[in-house]
Design a protein around this ligand. Sequence first.
Ligand SMILES: [Zn+2]
Length: 78
Amino acid sequence: MPIYEYRCQECQKDFEYLVFRNQEPECCPVCNSPKVSRLLSACGFVSKGSAGETVSSSASAGSSCSGCSSSSCAGCGH
Ligand SMILES: [Zn+2]
């Protein structure tokens, strides 16, 4: 689900809002003013580059340990 950033025109407060089924916030969570506008610069999907890191770390964790016969190393803590 996308998270958008909004700004209240009344109190100038920025806040993030989780847009569920395209339902935008009707009022400011701080002052309850209906004068809220979406900031176009914000985007909830900034997960670029983290996917490659996850793959490499999981590959090294799968290697067998020399201290024990188990491949998971959950018992010896290595
Ligand atoms: Zn406000």
